[in-house]
Ligand binder design. Structure first.
Ligand SMILES: [Fe+2]
Ligand SMILES: [Fe+2]
Length: 327
């Protein structure tokens, strides 16, 4: 199976491999069917933009790396609920967020790498919250690499889920970190460190960020993890940049915007190429990424021409020169 943009769907060669869910987590269309053109139009009108399909080229690819969709949608709903609560001047529903944190930690712990669903694949009205969930998943993946303990992972995830919650109560972009800080620290049961993640996620290593222009060790490491996960997610989901290029771009910011330790943690936590992605090799062959095993940046491939499978880890002279599909 592989992830495609809905426009690429071909009824003759593709079958739906995973169910399609609506915003409320209800199944719109079950797996294992071809999608009738009329229904395809309906899905487009519902702003469903991605599908997970099975076709000849992607057979045998399991996408075990992909986040569990019902869990992902539930998490989005929980952040959405939190935005709504603070908009209505209620206290942050911290228990609900804590439950989501637990589920997301389980998701990340159960996999070597986690493949995100694009936040732009969520319905329009919850894309902001889908972004927050994806930032959290990336941050947790980094937290695993940084060997944070359970308590640290919980605080990191909580802060990341609500890092932008200030946006629910202000339209002034520059104000959202401080507004978020105040909303979170109002809740006695939540560790103050979570509020500081929201407060500091736009600060930069050399002090050129906002709101306080703090720098270096004045910035919490959790906030730097959130900040780089935030930029990485935005590059991929909003600007349509490939994971490989996004990592390259962020590496140039080492010791400028992010500490070297944080850039390194990102590099060692997210893959450059995703299963189901078609690529071109320096040998002139075209291939599809089948899985990521031990090496995040040297995946297993299958040649499109003859189906031969091999790992880039065992073939150091074979290089991916170009991506032929966005994911
Ligand atoms: Fe932000
Ligand atoms: Fe953000």
């Amino acid at each position: 199976m592989r992830l495609i943009q809905i426009e690429e769907y071909n009824q003759k060669t593709m079958e739906l491999a995973k169910p399609i869910y609506d915003v409320k987590g209800r199944v719109l269309l079950g797996a294992g069917h071809r999608i009738h053109p009329k229904y395809l139009e309906k899905l487009k009108s519902l702003k469903i933009s991605y599908l997970i399909i099975e076709d000849a080229v992607s057979s045998g690819i399991t996408l075990d790396e992909m986040v569990d969709m019902p869990t992902w949608i539930d998490a989005i709903r929980s952040v959405h609920f939190a935005y709504k609560a603070v908009k209505d001047k209620q206290l942050l529903p911290f228990r609900d967020i804590q439950n989501t944190v637990k589920k997301l930690i389980t998701e990340v712990r159960s996999r070597r790498v986690i493949m995100l669903a694009p936040s732009t694949s969520a319905a329009d009205e919850v894309q902001e919250q889908a972004h927050c969930v994806n930032v959290t998943l990336i941050a947790l993946q980094m937290g695993k690499f940084l060997q944070y303990n359970e308590l640290q992972l919980k605080d990191l995830a909580f802060g990341c889920l609500v890092h932008d919650i200030g946006k629910a109560v202000t339209d002034v972009y520059e104000e959202h970190p401080i507004k978020g800080f105040n909303l979170i620290r109002n809740v006695r049961e939540v560790n103050l460190v979570c509020a500081h993640i929201a407060y500091q996620h736009h600060e930069c290593f050399r002090g050129q960020g906002f709101p306080r222009k703090i720098s270096g060790n004045e910035i919490l490491e959790f906030a730097q993890v959130c900040a780089i996960a935030n930029e990485y997610e935005n590059l991929i989901a909003r600007e349509g940049i490939s994971p490989y290029t996004a990592i390259e771009m962020l590496m140039t910011k080492s010791d400028k915007v992010y500490s070297h330790r944080i850039v390194d943690a990102l590099f060692k936590s997210v893959p450059s190429y995703l299963p189901g992605m078609k690529v071109e090799l320096n040998t002139g062959n075209e291939a599809i990424v089948t899985k990521i095993e031990t090496h995040l940046h040297r995946p297993h491939l299958r040649l499109l021409e003859n189906g031969e499978e091999f790992s880039l880890e065992d073939n150091p002279t074979v290089i991916i020169t170009r991506e032929l599909s966005p994911f």
